[in-house]
Design a protein around this ligand. Structure first.
Ligand SMILES: NC(=O)c1ccc[n+]([C@@H]2O[C@H](COP(=O)([O-])OP(=O)(O)OC[C@H]3O[C@@H](n4cnc5c(N)ncnc54)[C@H](OP(=O)(O)O)[C@@H]3O)[C@@H](O)[C@H]2O)c1
Length: 146
């Protein structure tokens, strides 16, 4: 009887660990981080590049739900405004700024964008940067490439 109980407990623990592993996308590092904590993010300025769609859009919504002040960047301003509207409709107290940028632009332009980002939210600077944008290079052999 005791053996049966031990076997059932072991199987239950194994099933629980398997479930946790699967819901962390099979990522041990992610698993060890635990749940996202609001106290780490609430009121912090988070700059997310590639925020106009895909993973960046989902990240933006997640950070807004944890109380972050957001700077959303990508090239397409209209799409960034759509993401901003969506966030505010779900989290009306959110503070969200849209800062269009093109990662493939020259160094001076990028420096200007960085200065703009730092001066948003009463020059509070940037607490976290989620550099998620995909920089699409031309095809090999395409214009400007060998
Ligand atoms: N999805 C996956 O399975 C996967 C797997 C491995 C790695 N990743 C990486 O994870 C990141 C996000 O993936 P995703 O699937 O969410 O990509 P996605 O849907 O294609 O989104 C890419 C984002 O990057 C922005 N972007 C592209 N070129 C840019 C540029 N030159 N300057 C500024 N922003 C630019 C896009 O907006 P605009 O077009 O408006 O600029 C968009 O917001 C990417 O870096 C990708 O390489 C994704």
């Amino acid at each position: 009887m005791l053996l049966l109980f031990a076997l059932l407990a072991g199987a239950g623990a194994a099933a629980f660990l398997l479930f946790k592993f699967a819901t962390a996308d099979g990522d041990f590092t992610l698993l060890s981080c635990g749940r996202a904590r609001r106290d780490k993010v609430d009121g912090k300025v988070v700059w997310i590049t590639g925020a106009s769609r895909g993973i960046g859009e989902v990240l933006s919504m997640q950070f807004a739900s944890l109380g972050a002040k957001l700077i959303l960047s990508a090239r397409n301003k209209e799409e960034l405004e759509r993401v901003k509207r969506n966030i505010i409709s779900k989290h009306p107290d959110s503070k969200v700024e849209v800062l269009p940028m093109d990662l493939s632009s020259d160094e001076e332009s990028l420096k200007e964008v960085v200065h703009s980002a730092e001066s948003l939210f009463s020059s509070a600077g940037i607490d976290y940067m989620m550099h998620n944008a995909a920089f699409e290079r031309p095809e090999k052999g395409g214009p400007g490439r060998n």
